[in-house]
Design a protein around this ligand. Structure first.
Ligand code: NAP
Length: 264
């Protein structure tokens, strides 16, 4: 049996997930690679074994198919050697709300919200039993920018951010580290997969996947609950949150605010 830590990474066949697999294997993790494209996963697993001497297993799964999702869930729940989940598989698209295809909307929510949440639940059950574990949920800066991207996609990422912050609050005291990563525009296939051209975007706004993942792993080491690789000063994020928290005592009260009261 291996004594190395083991990480399960979803969406590991390319892009950010493949980069996490590369970096975690270099750091001495065994990896379980999850995605649909088995040939790509096998090629990556072979390289990771060869370059790093770790175990790399392929778990082919379409997370939009219930039977596959349940298989990955049961692996996360029952494999006591897994100590890290990188909840990364996701899809963009959706387009303007008025033009949305309901089936496409369902798929985006199914992958970005439902699968992410069910896998986080399964990993949590495992990690709580052992009193330790790490869950990395890949959100997006669009979670903070409701005016500026495709509505369904950014709403799924706002869900992932809120879920992660709430999970952290509940689970930190039980030995589980939860991190939400909010990448900005990152050069991966997600753009062409959703019919957009990353080359057409201003180069100053586009980060390479390696740099994004290295920054996210540095944030994880620093114990951050939310990591925003592009943001120059995390104090700006803290003051945003301080302002939000200042509203807490005002958000649920016995009477409606004065402006909503009928004239008497
Ligand atoms: P990507 O290059 O398109 O990779 C997506 C990964 O998810 C692939 O490995 C894909 O593999 C897998 N996947 C897609 N549908 C799946 C399904 N039904 N079941 C299982 N696996 C599936 O995207 P990426 O840019 O690396 O995105 C990774 C995460 O980062 C996503 O959550 C995305 O929303 C987030 N993000 C990306 C950016 C960006 O600019 N790139 C910015 C912010 C956030 P298969 O096709 O082999 O299944």
């Amino acid at each position: 049996m291996s004594t190395r830590p083991k990480a399960l990474i979803t969406g590991a066949s390319t892009g950010i997930g493949a980069m996490y697999a590369d970096r975690l294997a270099r750091l001495g993790h065994d990896v379980v690679l999850v995605a649909r494209d088995e040939a790509r996963l096998q090629a990556l697993a072979e390289r990771l074994r060869h370059d790093n001497g770790v175990e790399a297993e392929v778990l082919r799964a379409d997370l939009l198919h219930r039977a596959d999702l349940l298989l990955v869930e049961s692996r996360l729940r029952d494999d006591a050697d897994i100590s890290m989940l990188v909840n990364n598989a996701g899809m963009a698209g959706g387009g303007p709300f008025a033009d949305a295809d309901p089936d496409n909307v369902e798929a985006i929510i199914g992958l970005n919200v439902l699968a992410v949440t069910r896998l986080a639940v399964a990993a949590t059950k495992n990690f709580v039993t052992h009193g330790c574990g790490t869950i990395v949920n890949i959100a997006s800066v669009t979670a903070l920018m409701p005016e500026s991207f495709e509505p369904v996609y950014l709403a799924t990422k706002a869900f992932v951010l809120a879920l992660s912050q709430s999970m952290h609050k509940e689970l930190a005291s039980r030995g589980i580290q939860v991190q939400a990563v909010l990448p900005g525009i990152t050069r991966t296939e997600i753009w062409e997969r959703s019919g957009m051209d990353v080359q057409a975007l201003p180069p100053d706004m586009v980060m390479e996947a390696a740099e994004m993942v290295d920054a996210a792993l540095a944030g994880l080491d620093m114990g951050e609950t939310v990591t925003i690789p592009s943001l120059p000063d995390m104090a700006d994020w803290e003051s945003f949150n301080d302002m939000r928290r200042r509203l807490h005592p005002l958000l649920s009260r016995r009477h409606a605010a004065e402006r909503y009261r009928l004239p008497t």
